[in-house]
Design a protein. Structure first.
Length: 100
């Protein structure tokens, strides 16, 4: 027997069908997303599995781990840009002087 199971897309915790907020990470749920085809809809649409592709997990299946999104590296500090421009300007001046 297959039944729909619901997981937080951010941290992977299994949550109740009618959960609005993940108890672990605090993410707000505005809709349900099928892990196979990506269809997004309301929880009621998934009563017997995904309405588009029919996906539903077996009742005793272990949840697939959901990895958090990759971290985005912060941009370099402004002083690094200024230093790069200073080095570039120095190299251009040196090149101009050697050509003359």
């Amino acid at each position: 027997m297959k039944r729909p199971r619901y997981f937080c897309e951010h941290c992977g915790l299994e949550v109740r069908k009618n959960a609005k907020i993940c108890p672990r990470c605090g993410r707000f749920f505005s809709s349900v997303k099928c892990p196979r085809c990506g269809y997004t809809g309301q929880a009621e649409d998934f009563e017997s599995g995904c309405p588009v592709c029919g996906y539903a997990e077996a009742a005793n299946a272990a949840p697939e781990p959901v990895l958090p999104p990759p971290a985005v590296a912060p941009p370099p500090p402004r002083w690094a840009y200024a230093l790069a421009l200073l080095v570039l300007a120095s190299l251009i001046l040196l090149l101009v002087r050697t050509i003359q």
